[in-house]
Design a protein around this ligand. Structure first.
Ligand code: SF4
Length: 469
């Protein structure tokens, strides 16, 4: 795909930019066409790479030898910086894990015991199971466990897990819906054209309700269940399904079963071979992206509160350092002093600017009205001063909703539907720059690099102040 075509298809608003780009195919001296597109060949030259800001992938060989798991892939998607600390630098976190994860581990261990004992023809009573759960909770408790939602106590979480087990037990007893084939079953699935990548994982429970049918059970202890669409798109259990199909040739059907214990909701997805193939390709693309990563930028999200690397994260390490200080030590900390002074000056500046602006605006408006009156009375468009001339202009104009105002979406829809978008829109270079930092997966690399090559890199420095809460 050429840059012209790409820009037209992906961003109609930037098509004018594409028209000036030279993307023509050139031939070699002997008249034969060199391999690859012009952009691809050009992108490979070292000088060009430097200009395009292409960085070598320093961890490629290390990552190539890595066995992936869905958690690792999720981790990279959530935050590449966290992925690097955890799986490349292998840094042991000083911050403990969240209590939600702890509760999940104890609930999983309890359900594992339930089904494991059944393999030995022992059916635990509900009370036996709850006793086991409580013992596990107590004996594995660690004071480093973090409670992000400070309004809840460890006891609240312990009771939640207990309730999940009760509800599950009551719903499925006497647990004869299927035959358990294994618990915490390790799977290794080979993916890629030559099976060159291995993804491993553990299935909470693998069962067989009937000949040729396999079920992959996954227990979820989160408060929020997923929608059917989200489960259809889920990578983890689909990879496990792929592994089961590779391992058991008699598998006619492989079902992915999620047990959302908090809601007593049990949801099933059954993927066909084509869907699994698509998922495999997407996963290979993601692994290749990880191999090529050179910067591992940090990426904040709602999950940062639970991140065990906040003490190393550029967004949180200062806050973490301050959380360990006494109040007077805190106020003398150099960073705190700088930000406090900066905020103070900004507030003073804003106040002074507002006052000055209000004074000038009132005065200017008064004079403007007087000039308009004079112009109307004497039929003038230009009024002369001693050094300046004032040209008066007035016109009724349309005012449209801004980008965030209500009605903006409808306005854009009407313009797009009328096919007028290209005529009234212009290139949003800020959005383009943001997209280039993390190009969407369907943007071909040569095109991304060609756009990058048209830009110069400069460091902008801004300080944004906001309230702490
Ligand atoms: S806290 Fe920092 S390192 Fe952790 S996930 Fe958030 S951005 Fe990434």
């Amino acid at each position: 795909m050429t840059l012209n075509r790409f820009l037209k298809e992906k961003r109609p608003g930037i098509s004018k930019l594409a028209e000036s780009a030279d993307c023509t195919e050139k031939e070699t001296e002997d008249g034969t066409k060199p391999a690859g597109t012009a952009e691809e060949r050009e992108a490979k030259t070292p000088a060009r790479q430097e200009k395009m800001h292409v960085k070598p992938a320093p961890f490629r060989s290390l990552i190539k030898s890595m066995t992936f798991s869905n958690s690792r892939l999720d981790c990279f998607e959530q935050c590449p910086f966290k992925f690097k600390l955890k799986y490349i630098d292998k840094i042991k976190p000083e911050i403990g894990k969240g209590i939600e994860a702890y509760m999940g581990t104890v609930v999983h261990a309890t359900l594992e015991k339930l089904y494991k004992d059944m393999l030995y023809q022992k059916l635990n009573s509900l009370e036996d199971l709850i006793t086991y759960y409580k013992e596990q909770w107590e004996s594995n408790w660690d004071d480093n466990i973090v409670i992000v939602k400070e309004e809840y106590t460890p006891e609240n979480y312990r009771k939640m897990g207990e309730e999940y087990i009760r509800t599950y037990y009551e719903r499925f007893k006497p647990f004869d819906q299927d035959k358990t084939l294994g618990l915490e079953v390790r799977i290794d699935v080979n993916i890629g054209p030559n099976g060159e990548y291995t993804v491993m994982g553990y299935i909470d429970r693998l069962s067989q309700p009937e000949e040729g049918v396999y079920e992959i059970h996954d227990y979820k202890t989160s408060i929020k269940p997923k929608t059917q669409d989200e489960l259809e798109a889920d990578r983890q259990l689909a990879l496990y399904a792929l592994a089961i199909r590779q391992k058991y040739p008699d598998a006619k059907k492989v079902r992915q079963v999620w047990h959302f214990l908090a809601q007593d909701k049990h949801m099933v997805v059954e993927k066909g071979v084509d869907d699994l193939k698509k998922l495999e390709e997407e996963t290979v693309r993601l692994i290749k992206k990880i191999e090529e990563e050179s910067e591992f930028p940090h990426k904040g999200s709602a999950l940062c509160g639970w991140c065990e690397y906040r003490d190393r994260c550029p967004d949180f390490k200062h806050e973490h350092k301050l959380s360990k200080m006494e109040p007077n030590e805190f106020l003398n900390e150099p960073g705190v002093k700088l930000v406090d002074r900066y905020a103070e000056l900004m507030a003073e500046k804003k106040k002074a600017e507002d006052e000055l602006k209000a004074r000038f605006d009132t005065e200017l408006e008064k004079i403007k009205q007087a000039m308009m009156k004079l112009a109307e009375k004497e039929g003038l468009r230009v009024i002369m001063g001693s050094e300046n001339r004032a040209t008066l202009w007035s016109k009724e104009c349309y005012r449209f909703p801004g980008r965030k105002d209500p009605g903006r979406e409808d306005l854009e829809k009407i313009i797009r539907q009328a096919g007028l978008w290209d005529e009234v829109s212009s290139l949003d270079t800020f959005s383009l720059s943001k997209l280039l930092d993390n190009p969407p997966p369907d943007w071909p690399t040569p095109i991304v690099e060609a756009i990058r090559a048209m830009a110069t890199k400069e460091r902008l420095e801004r300080v944004y102040l906001s309230d702490k809460k």
